[in-house]
Design a protein around this ligand. Structure first.
Ligand code: ATP
Ligand code: MG
Length: 393
């Protein structure tokens, strides 16, 4: 069957009371922008429902894939529309729908009718019984199962009639742009793109920062981060990626601080820079990809010490309680995994000590950082003043 209309289902937005229409409008805007390259579509709100109508030829799979990236959507239902709101026309359309969608007539079904148009002479209950009987007459091998049907046939009688039975799962969450903005520390790894995705899924606009250390980290490593930002932008919308040249700061840390504390001190300075960038760009949070215990700089003690460096903004770490495999599963599902595993160096791994501290104490680290006073300020400023920004989408 060729569908012209999709009914869009959402869940959490429905709990937003008076603000609900704001959330719906933001979601519709995202849908329009994702559908734009795929043909001519109308996205409209109607009776507390959202519909997508195709006004030109389109590719079904492409449309489903595009809608599958719009946070807020929990289900996409391809709908068959009957303009003639009479019982005979509905019954005929229901039989044709089953014939075309389920050619093997060996399943159980239930009709779930809803009469929103009170002018229509039959009640919802009567519609359920009569349409069910018509289907059994037409396809005698079908059986009714009102508890666990294989096919739940939805029939909605409004100013037109909608018939549907398939729900394709959407990503859930809240529409991006309904919940402030965050600055994601995006490395080329597996975890941080997943973290950015997960926070965007809660409606947060995402910008990103990557700390680049040429020539220790290559152009290919940088391009990989741009590519990852583009992949996440399918869901999160265009991502402004700020690229900080971190080399001189990193060399100063390397030359002046104990090597077993390098990673911790480096991370603290990254967090400071990220916080400054976040505040300058109206972000209310920092987003990172850490998970407790994954590496030495992600023990609880290390995270505590690193966290103190960002003293003005909360740090959101959506992967914090996840196992590596759980993070990998999400990265595969959102399409970042293949890019994340490309073997390019990261500045954190280039300058890593053989035996990094796993239980740093804040005062020890702060003492070590004293060695940077008078040496790092200009380098820090220079790095912050020479940021390259790329719009990724
Ligand atoms: P990922 O898989 O995200 O790279 P990771 O397991 O390699 O994470 P770390 O290298 O300890 O972990 O980094 C922890 C977090 O710090 C990352 O998830 C990321 O948010 C941030 N980060 C690390 N390196 C960089 C970098 N070069 N630029 C920006 N952010 C970084
Ligand atoms: Mg990494």
């Amino acid at each position: 069957m060729e569908y012209k209309i999709f009914l869009i289902k959402y869940a959490e937005i429905g709990t937003k009371g008076k603000n609900r229409y704001v959330f719906e409008e933001v979601m519709c805007k995202r849908m329009r922008s994702r559908l734009k390259p795929l043909g001519k579509f109308e996205v409209r709100r109607e009776y507390g429902r959202i519909f997508v109508e195709a006004l030109s030829e389109y590719d079904f799979d492409e449309v489903i894939e595009a809608l599958g990236t719009v946070f807020g959507i929990v289900g996409i239902c391809p709908v068959c529309v009957v303009e003639d709101v009479t019982y005979d026309a509905i019954s005929k359309a229901v039989c044709e729908y089953i014939e075309s969608e389920y050619p093997k007539h060996d399943f159980t079904f239930k009709v779930n009718a809803r009469r929103n148009n009170k002018q229509f002479p039959k009640t919802s209950m009567e519609l359920n019984c009569d349409l069910g009987a018509d289907l059994l007459n037409r396809f005698p091998t079908l059986t009714v199962d009102v508890h666990k049907p294989d096919v739940l046939l939805q029939v909605e009688v409004r100013n037109v009639v909608y018939i549907y039975s398939h729900t394709i799962k959407g990503p859930g969450g809240l529409p991006v742009g309904t919940n402030g903005k965050g600055m994601a520390l995006l490395s080329g790894g597996i975890d941080s793109p997943v973290a950015a995705y997960m926070i965007a899924k809660r409606g947060v606009l995402v910008e990103a920062v990557y700390f680049h250390a040429p020539p220790y980290t290559s152009e290919r490593a940088k391009q990989k981060v741009v590519d990852l930002a583009k992949l996440v932008s399918k869901y999160a919308g265009a991502i402004k990626l700020h690229i900080v040249n971190f080399t001189d700061v990193q060399l100063a840390i390397y030359d002046n601080c104990p090597h077993d504390e390098l990673t911790i001190i480096m991370k603290r300075i990254m967090y400071k820079m990220a916080q400054e960038l976040a505040l300058a760009n109206d972000c209310q949070c920092i987003i990172t990809g850490e998970s407790i215990g994954q590496v030495s700089s992600q023990t609880t003690q290390s995270l505590y010490v690193i966290d103190q460096a960002a003293d003005k903004l909360p740090v959101f770490r959506p992967c914090i309680g996840m196992d590596k495999q759980e993070i990998i599963d999400i990265s595969e599902q959102i399409g970042t995994y293949e890019t994340s595993i490309l073997p390019y160096e990261d500045c954190c791994t280039t300058f890593v000590a053989k035996h990094p501290v796993t239980r740093p104490a804040l005062d020890t680290i702060e003492k070590s950082e004293q060695a940077l006073v008078g040496k790092i300020e200009d380098l820090y400023r220079k790095a912050m003043e020479n940021i390259e920004t790329i719009n990724c989408w």
